[in-house]
Design a protein around this ligand. Structure first.
Ligand SMILES: O=C(O)CCC(=O)C(=O)O
Ligand SMILES: [Fe+2]
Length: 387
């Protein structure tokens, strides 16, 4: 038996059969859906479930238009039946909990409002999952950052590299990897609010998971509800792994796409029944210059911009604990000319610093050391060369 025979066996057919068996096993519980479902597990043929009858049955074919179609991988179905992966992560890249509790609606009068009192912001984050820092940016900073974001947005459109989303017309625009896109954005990473809030919440050496701007524009379809720690699977709800600071570059309102949140939804096994339904959510609002600080278990989504005109530009600075793999691969995306002049403080946030035994280069695992790309990493040093 060769090594390939022993270890390299293709499991895709086995997985497919197991996934189909699971669907059959779970048929009775699908009755609640009361719909005709078309499931694709990566094969040409679809699996048709008629869950409009009791008990639901598999159909060989249909002339009817299904109520719902979805595609997923057989291994995802298997994993979420075992509780190792959340179904909405597999289907929509989002989370679901066995016995999930829908978010409860809190009286609006008690919700956080922008304040300069950082202790209150911290208390609001603990209680509601978010808080709002009043006047975190001075008027000149707002103007500089807004100009930079809007010009960059236009530049990326003109260059054909714009990242658009927000429904079929994709009016929203995301500007990724801000670190490369102007000194204003590097300066913002040195804003004192970060040191006031982040280490206390996430521990030392928190990393920038992603650094982007998001412009919500009229006619957008709201984002699906999600938490920002959705990539952590199996899901952990006991602690927050991340903290997002959203800098408002415009007055942010319920009308222009203010982030919809479910206050208090960061605690417990909470998940909305329908991640496409923003019902009972509230918009996190505040004047330009406000910083919305929200932790990564909070259920939220970019809101609808229902105005005729008027954009909602914000900057999202998302930090995660030091041991979590970053969303943006800074080591590959950082421009060399930017890297050369970056202050160590900012470089550390991007991952150029060891933390505990992690992130070292050639075994340098001492805590808190700045690391850099070696010009000539040690390669194979052997007596013989014919290995
Ligand atoms: O743009 C927003 O309002 C929120 C964006 C968001 O939730 C995200 O980037 O994860
Ligand atoms: Fe988010």
């Amino acid at each position: 038996m060769t090594m390939t025979q022993k270890y390299g066996k293709d499991k895709s057919e086995d997985n497919y059969r197991r996934a189909v068996a699971l669907i059959k096993e779970k048929l009775p519980s699908m009755r609640i859906l009361n719909a005709l479902l078309m499931i694709n597990l990566g094969k040409e043929e679809d699996i048709l479930v008629d869950a409009r009858q009791t008990p639901p049955v598999l159909l060989l074919e249909t002339t009817e238009e299904p109520d719902c179609r979805f595609q997923t991988k057989p291994e995802y179905l298997i994993q979420f039946s075992q509780g190792k992966l959340e179904p909405r992560y597999a289907l929509f890249k989002d989370a679901f909990f066995h016995e999930a509790i829908p978010p409860k609606v809190l009286p609006v009068a008690s919700l956080p409002t922008p304040t300069e009192d950082l202790d209150r912001v911290r208390a609001d984050i603990a209680e509601f999952g978010y808080g709002l820092v009043k006047d975190a940016l001075a008027p000149e900073q707002i103007a500089t950052l807004k100009k930079a974001v809007l010009e960059q947005a236009a530049g990326e459109v003109a260059a054909g590299v714009a990242a658009k989303d927000g429904g079929p017309n994709a009016p929203n625009q995301r500007i990724w990897t801000l670190i490369n896109k102007g000194q204003e954005f590097i300066d913002l990473l040195q804003h004192p609010l970060i040191d006031e809030i982040v280490p206390d919440f996430l521990g030392e050496h928190a990393l920038i998971h992603s650094y982007s701007a998001n412009i919500a524009r009229p006619g957008n379809v709201p984002m699906q509800l999600h938490t920002d720690q959705v990539a952590i699977q199996p899901p952990v709800r006991e602690i927050a792994f991340g903290l997002n600071i959203m800098w408002f570059l415009e007055d942010v309102t319920a009308e222009n796409g203010g982030t919809r949140v479910y206050p208090g939804s960061h605690l417990g096994h909470v998940a909305p029944d329908d991640i496409f339904d923003l019902k009972d959510s509230v918009a996190a609002q505040g004047p330009a210059g406000t910083a919305l600080v929200f932790e990564s278990r909070l259920w939220h989504a970019t809101g609808p911009n229902i105005q005729q005109t008027g954009e909602r530009p914000v900057i999202l600075m998302f930090f995660m604990r030091s041991f979590i793999r970053q969303q943006e691969n800074n080591f590959l995306s950082l421009r060399e000319d930017v890297e050369r002049d970056l202050p160590d403080k900012v470089k550390a946030m991007l991952g150029f610093c060891t933390t505990g035994a992690l992130g070292g280069v050639e075994g340098d695992v001492r805590e808190g050391q700045m690391v850099k790309r070696l010009k000539n990493p040690v390669g194979a040093l052997r007596k013989t060369t014919n290995v």
